[in-house]
Ligand binder design. Structure first.
Ligand SMILES: [Zn+2]
Length: 236
């Protein structure tokens, strides 16, 4: 079921209060249009009734995409929450376990076996996980590729709040982008051969880093670089 409630949000440009539908939960099997909107960047985008400027509240939702072999369960959190990703991933895992794991009814557990649980921070990250599911890629392997790009590609626009994301896959080419997470502005977009991903995915030399990357449901190279601040148990 997709759950939304009419919410008021203040325009960051002129301060006008705008009403819009805030989604707390999305079932992409029943509402594939919402999945498409996340990919296109139109999801929960609000045009201010006063100044006509676009804005987009940060994600805070649960996303389920079971059909078409996508098998993805996501807890999408605001970008600022990445600062305490360790507590966040524990909370997300607990939420998943209660809904589809050991704490759930048998029928739900059967569904849970087909699901990959992830927590993401910001719009660029949730969008990327959906692309990965649709393209049937291994997200930990993709993060290894990003580390390779970070180490070897000259001129990366590395700065706080700028993230490297897979944007799309076209045949043998991955379209990658350095994205400013708070605005989703693309600072640099480039192409990468799929062969690099295929090669790294099976390379034993990456095994140790692969284990670190997938030690919890926050599968993102940021977990190797951001020392998480503790905030204690989170009730979601
Ligand atoms: Zn406005």
């Amino acid at each position: 079921m997709s759950i939304f409630s009419p919410t008021s949000f203040q325009c960051p440009n002129c301060g006008t209060e705008n009403e819009f539908d805030h989604f707390a939960s999305i079932n992409a099997d029943r509402r594939p249009d919402l999945r498409d909107d996340i990919i296109s960047g139109d999801f929960m985008r609000v045009k201010c009734s006063n100044c006509a400027k676009d804005f987009r509240p940060e994600p805070e939702l649960n996303y389920l995409d079971f059909g078409n072999g996508n098998g993805l369960w996501l807890l999408a959190r605001p970008i600022s929450a990445v600062a305490h990703w360790s507590d966040e991933e524990i909370a997300a895992q607990t939420l998943f376990d209660n809904a589809y794991g050991a704490g759930a009814p048998k029928a739900a557990q059967e569904i849970g076996k087909e699901l990959t649980a992830r927590v993401t921070f910001g719009w660029a990250a949730i969008r990327e996980k959906i692309v990965i599911a649709q393209e049937e890629l291994d997200d930990a392997a993709l993060e290894k590729v990003k580390i390779t790009i970070l180490r070897n590609k000259p001129g990366n626009p590395v700065e706080p709040g700028v993230e490297l994301r897979l944007l799309a896959v076209r045949s043998t080419v991955f379209h990658m982008g350095w994205i400013r997470a708070t605005t989703n502005e693309a600072l640099e977009v480039f192409e990468m051969q799929r062969a690099l991903y295929e090669q790294i995915a099976v390379d034993d030399a990456w095994e140790k880093i692969g284990k670190e990357l997938s030690a919890g449901c926050f599968v993102d190279m940021q977990r190797l670089f951001i020392v998480p601040e503790p905030i204690g148990p989170i009730a979601l």
